[in-house]
Design a protein around this ligand. Structure first.
Ligand code: PCA
Length: 218
């Protein structure tokens, strides 16, 4: 059975922890819906992150690829609907790059849809009382960049599905008085791990998405 590739990002923007990295590490080696999960870490660096992702896909030949990232300020686990063909960085990446209004793939399509069952994932997480909502934008930083790179790489591979899921801060990021994040929403690591395990299980089991309101965020 082919594995599931699950990636997280290293910390960025002055943070010392990234929940997406913790989740990918925790789920590495587990079996979900009969498929081994390969958890891996991506650098928060334009260009290099896509290169590393493609290397991992070649190495592991996954049947499903889910990339994770932190979206500070969100209260829910948010499957992303769409990746757009632009890099536009508000802050420098971990290599000091700050592209502005730059296409990810020159002459590539404006956007790619996620091929994950995003509404079904939201539905199943909510059944387990885990906060979840569809997101209509993955931003224009390294997460959207990797998401677009992933969907571009999968464009001719119908059998392999993929997408991106953003997650909130961890409580330890928002609790520290000197963090500047006091009062921001967070989810416990245990909830996020359970939520992502369920999201992967749902992505394997639902070949087709459900059609219902996704409680969408902006
Ligand atoms: N979040 C950033 C990049 C890495 C991460 O975890 C983003 O949303 O683009």
């Amino acid at each position: 059975m082919k594995p599931i590739l699950l990636t997280g990002f290293e910390p960025f923007g002055g943070e010392s922890i990234n929940p997406s990295e913790e989740i990918a590490r925790a789920l590495n080696g587990r079996t979900v819906a009969g498929h081994a999960v390969v958890g891996a870490l991506l650098p928060c660096v334009y260009g290099t992150a896509i290169k590393e992702l493609k290397h991992l896909m070649k190495l592991h030949e996954p049947m499903l690829v889910v990339c994770l990232g932190q979206a500070g300020g969100r209260a829910e686990i948010t499957p992303e609907r769409v990746a757009i063909n632009v890099d536009d960085a508000r802050i420098p990446d971990n290599a000091g790059q700050q592209p502005i209004d730059k296409p990810i793939v020159k002459d590539g399509p404006t956007a790619y849809w996620s091929t994950l069952p995003i509404k079904a994932i939201v539905q199943e997480l909510r059944k387990q009382h885990i906060a979840a909502a569809v997101s209509q934008t993955a931003g224009t930083f390294v997460c959207n960049h990797v998401f677009y790179g992933l969907m571009h790489a999968l464009r001719d591979q119908e059998a392999v599905r993929g997408g991106f899921i953003h997650v909130p801060y961890l409580p330890e990021q928002t609790d520290r008085l000197d963090s500047g994040l006091v009062g921001q929403p967070s989810l416990s690591l245990a909830k996020m791990i359970a939520g992502l395990e369920l999201a992967l299980d749902t992505a394997v089991k639902y070949r087709r998405d459900v059609r219902k309101a996704g409680g969408a965020t902006h």
